[in-house]
Design a protein around this ligand. Structure first.
Ligand SMILES: CC(C)(COP(=O)(O)OP(=O)(O)OC[C@H]1O[C@@H](n2cnc3c(N)ncnc32)[C@H](O)[C@@H]1OP(=O)(O)O)[C@@H](O)C(=O)NCCC(=O)NCCS
Length: 170
């Protein structure tokens, strides 16, 4: 089920986020940029509260995929610097928990988030590791186009990753 964010999604979403740190150990190319130190629970509460507040304030949309009674994925679009000349744009982020990928959940979440963004944002943008070709293809499928590459944008240990920048006009 694809639905909007609820206040009681906090625990599932934090668990999902911590599971991505676990995945990083076996998947060095994992396509999310991480804090060097795993954020503690109180930082996560702060993140969730901030996102929830942004949704209430009309400065974000947040879509959750619920499976087996749990939130297994999140797609959020947050307004860039509200109150400035950049505020017509939103930045998209997305992740689906391992075990639930490759089944259309990501695509369904992005499509819902784009629908909710209409009338709220004029342009969406995102950044994706250039090695994450599956994700890049997914973004193209839902209407994003590439506009550049930031070389060596991510430094993970001794390895650098280029980041592809994409946008979508609503
Ligand atoms: C990228 C991601 C959000 C896509 O969600 P999803 O539910 O797997 O996507 P869908 O099932 O709707 O679409 C599948 C597409 O995603 C791609 N994909 C990327 N990573 C994948 C993975 N680990 N498993 C399965 N599919 C993956 C597939 O190649 C597929 O593209 P294709 O149909 O052209 O082959 C999800 O795979 C994920 O969370 N990956 C790890 C975190 C990440 O990379 N986030 C993106 C940061 S920019």
């Amino acid at each position: 089920m694809i639905r909007e964010l609820k206040w009681n999604d906090l625990d599932d979403l934090v668990n999902n986020y911590y599971s991505y740190y676990d995945e990083l150990r076996d998947t060095p190319d994992f396509g999310i940029s991480f804090y060097k130190k795993i954020p503690d629970f109180s930082s996560e509460v702060e993140w969730f509260t901030g996102l929830y507040k942004s949704v209430l304030d009309g400065n974000a949309v947040a879509v959750v995929a619920e499976e087996d009674g749990r939130a297994v994925g999140l797609c959020e679009i947050e307004r860039i610097r509200p109150g400035t000349e950049l505020e017509h744009s939103g930045v998209l982020g997305i992740a689906v928990r391992k075990g639930y990928r490759g089944r259309g959940i990501g695509e369904a979440m992005i499509k819902r988030a784009i629908e909710l963004s209409k009338g709220k944002f004029e342009i969406l943008k995102l950044e994706v590791f250039s090695v994450n070709t599956g994700a890049i293809n997914l973004y193209k499928r839902v209407g994003f186009v590439e506009y550049g590459t930031f070389p060596k944008a991510v430094k993970r240990g001794e390895r650098y990753y280029d980041v592809v920048q994409m946008y979508c006009t609503l």
